[in-house]
Design a protein around this ligand. Sequence first.
Ligand code: SF4
Length: 334
Amino acid sequence: MELLSPAGNLTALRAAVDNGADTVYIGFRDATNARHFPGLNFTPQQAAKGVEYAHARGARVAVAINSYVQAGGWAQWREAVDGAARIGADAVILADLGLLDYAAQHHPELARHLSVQASATTPEALNFYQRRYGVTRAVLPRVLSIQQVAALAEETDVELEVFGFGSLCVMAEGRCLLSSYATGESPNTVGACSPAWAVQWQETERGREVHLGGILIDRFAPEEPAGYPTICKGRYEVEGRIEHAFESPTSLETAELLPQLQRAGVQAIKIEGRQRSPAYVGTVTRIWRQLLDDLTAAGDEAGAHRPDPARIAELREFCEGSTTTLGPYERKWQ
Ligand code: SF4
């Protein structure tokens, strides 16, 4: 399986390549990129340098132009696709139908990957994108069980890419209304579910409270660790109980599922986190490179390989709140 690592700047891209990423995915520094974080991402010149660095070392670069084209914004999004082709990127990651069509018509040599933002979860949808726009790979939303992934692989020739590590998002990606409800901004265009301006921390007698857009989304005891707040991972009172009602603030960590993902027909494992530091990207990429190489060396046809516990322990030090989940891959209700 191929390993895809995130990069929010050139240093992170180099760290990913140097530590064994097969492909690094990046985005331009504008709204064409659904991870449009302030201070991160690539100018066309930086992206060109990144492609040069990766290609010189046998790695590939995919450019995520994965937000939906805004009214009046066609020229900007089209230019992003043209720009990715100009710098010699290996693939573009797209969700918008108009952009997929444009890329297929004008840059047929540039591989087209379907973004997770398109939320395609059926063979019919995947095969349509392949037939109509020549999509060769799709990133699956983080809502499918491993059985559902395997069933999809049986009914499509589109390569399947899944998230293997990092933060979880439980909604139809790119269409979440939770954060829009709280902030009035779309995570599709501002690049974050909790834009910094909307987050407010307050020390109170009841604990440290965090608000998003004025809405209380969590309260922490004095010594309790508190990560960056996301509305879907807040604690709410539901029928008298206070709990993580939507999703818990833990990291997706699927190392132990690797043999099963391979047997299910998954072609690529994606590491989440273009907002993460170069040190994080480098270390997490190195560990995942080792896990995948171990799996290949084991020649495991039966799916019986067990990843090295020492590698998993090292990986878990990089998880949110040091807690992990297999997420939807193993949810019973699926
Ligand atoms: S608020 Fe949560 S569910 Fe909504 S887009 Fe962000 S991470 Fe996903």
